[in-house]
Design a protein around this ligand. Structure first.
Ligand code: NDP
Length: 495
């Protein structure tokens, strides 16, 4: 098979001079610093983007603040919902263009770009749009003593916090960007997004579509550049909240910088070293298929994906063989080729990191399959399965954020919580079993923001998502996001 043809509008978009989207306009930048956007499938530059300087940061936050107190504040909740639904329609209508651009920057297979970056982004946007008319406070009756017949009533209001700085990683730039856009706009906040320097293009295009959908100028701005631009945004006195998705080390810096800036609110969605526990009755074909589907999606570069698998010791070799049989010969190649299952890693630092983990795997464990980079241009590696020697092996503790699953045999189900919780992270975990009683007893013992049974990784807008321990603080989705984007104001009235 061969690559799909790029749309003319994708070719045209790549030719543009890229910088930022500020106050309703695609704009250039006076900054001399340019960042090359590399296609990870061949290592070639496809475009350049200017990095923001302090004047750009000032302009973007200023525009967001004016919209927060002006045009967006004047938009009714109903109208906000209508606009977000129209935005979802435009994402779908321009879906192939967005999908191709995202695949060119991130190496994500074109199927995944279509399904998640486009399809799921629209699903999440419509879910959030439904909240627009349902964000309310409560009424309560105070118990204050009445001395002369006076009475009291009280109510709470949910008020938007203000300008949100949304800092987005490279793995799902459109979808994670949309989560931040939707949560901010539907609560009445405005925002400045800072994409990863590796994947800046699709969020620029998305901002144009938001404007076309009716999001007023200034309510959504996109600033490009490296981490320093994110740091400047966090320090800005008019930024009221930071919503960050990324790695634990950067998240720690972001959290501390936000507190130091102005006790600025911060939500951190960070990494994970997510465990899957196969209980003694597990269904071998179902578990292996499910863990391959979720462990290697986008080459494992998914924060919620399983990375360490605990297997009843007596069945360890059988499970390893099943993984190996399923993965050997799986097509690896261009992410624009619709017949390909595994594309490249998203960028060169990821490739270097994975080569380091392969070296560790050779030293610490037994490689069942994979463990090599491909001898071709681009950042391709084989999907890899390793059997660890012991529970202390670093491959069971360090987040690889790549296509490496590590298996460990266990002897006693009562030891599973200890093995799984022996991690600084707590994002997701999964239990594979039809023994409902054992699964239900295990769930409360696992330190994770989400526990799946007979599935892993899937995110749904109705189900809150976020981490515990070093995997972060705050929740997205469901109704849980409302707390993070609004202040609760109490009003008491004597009459
Ligand atoms: P990073 O933490 O390196 O970067 C995330 C974002 O922060 C990027 O836009 C980056 O810019 C920016 N940034 C870097 N330094 C600073 C700083 N000092 N202040 C403010 N912003 C800064 O993560 P990656 O992009 O490498 O993403 C991979 C990581 O994200 C993985 O560890 C993964 O687990 C985690 N992740 C978590 C998710 C979750 O929901 N829990 C979802 C997806 C990913 P630049 O790239 O330009 O340096």
């Amino acid at each position: 098979m061969s690559d799909i043809s790029l749309l003319p509008q994708v070719r045209e978009f790549l030719q543009r001079e890229h910088a930022h989207f500020i106050d309703g306009r695609y704009c250039t930048s006076a900054s001399a610093q340019r960042i090359a956007i590399i296609n990870p499938a061949n290592g070639e530059a496809i475009a350049q983007v200017a990095a923001a300087d302090t004047a750009d940061v000032e302009a973007a936050v200023g525009a967001a603040h004016r919209a927060f107190t002006g045009s967006w504040a004047a938009t009714s909740p109903y109208q906000r919902g209508v606009i977000l639904n129209r935005f979802a329609d435009l994402i779908e209508a321009n879906g192939e263009e967005l999908a191709q651009l995202e695949t060119l920057c991130s190496g994500k297979s074109i199927h995944l770009s279509r399904m998640f970056e486009v399809g799921q982004s629209a699903v999440f946007l419509r879910y959030y749009a439904g909240w627009a008319t349902k964000i309310n406070g409560e009424t309560m009756t105070p118990s204050l003593p009445s001395m002369a017949g006076e009475q009291y009533t009280a109510f709470t209001r949910r008020e938007p916090v203000g300008v949100v700085a949304g800092i987005v990683p490279w793995n799902f730039s459109v979808m994670i960007g949309v989560w931040k856009i939707a949560a901010a706009l539907v609560t009445g906040c405005t925002l400045v997004l800072k994409p990863s320097e590796f994947t800046p293009l699709t969020l620029l295009r998305l901002a144009e579509l938001a404007l076309e959908a009716g999001v007023p100028a200034g309510a959504l701005n996109v600033l490009n550049g490296n981490g320093e631009v994110g740091a400047q945004l966090i320090a800005h006195p008019q930024v009221a909240k930071v919503s960050f998705t990324g790695s634990v080390p950067t998240g720690l810096k972001v959290g501390q910088a936000a507190m130091a800036a102005n006790l600025t609110r911060v939500t951190l969605e960070l990494g994970g070293k997510n465990a899957a526990a196969l209980l003694p009755d597990f269904d071998l074909p179902g578990a292996v298929a499910g863990l391959i589907q979720t462990g290697y999606v986008h080459q494992g570069q998914v924060c919620a994906a399983p990375e360490r698998i605990y297997v009843p010791r007596a069945r360890l070799e059988e499970v390893a063989q099943a993984f190996s049989d399923a993965l050997r010969g799986a097509p690896i190649g261009s992410p624009l080729d619709e017949s390909v299952q595994f594309g490249p890693l998203a960028n060169k630092p990821q490739l270097d990191k994975m080569l380091g983990f392969f070296a560790t795997a050779h030293e610490q464990g037994r490689i069942v399959c994979g463990g090599n980079a491909l001898a071709c241009p681009g950042y391709f590696v084989e999907p890899t399965v390793v059997i660890a020697n012991s529970a202390e092996d670093s491959l069971l503790h360090e987040e690889t954020f790549g296509p490496i699953l590590t298996l460990l045999g266990y002897d006693d189900i009562s030891k599973l919580p200890g093995l799984i919780n022996d991690s600084p992270f707590g994002l997701t975990a999964s239990i594979w079993s039809n023994d409902l009683s054992s699964a239900l007893r295990l769930i409360p013992q696992l330190e994770a923001g989400t526990v799946y049974v007979n599935m892993h990784t899937f995110l749904d807008p109705a189900v809150p998502f976020g981490g515990i321990k070093a995997s972060g603080t705050g929740r997205e989705f469901g109704s849980a996001f409302i707390d993070d984007y609004t202040e609760l104001k109490s009003v008491m009235i004597r009459y």
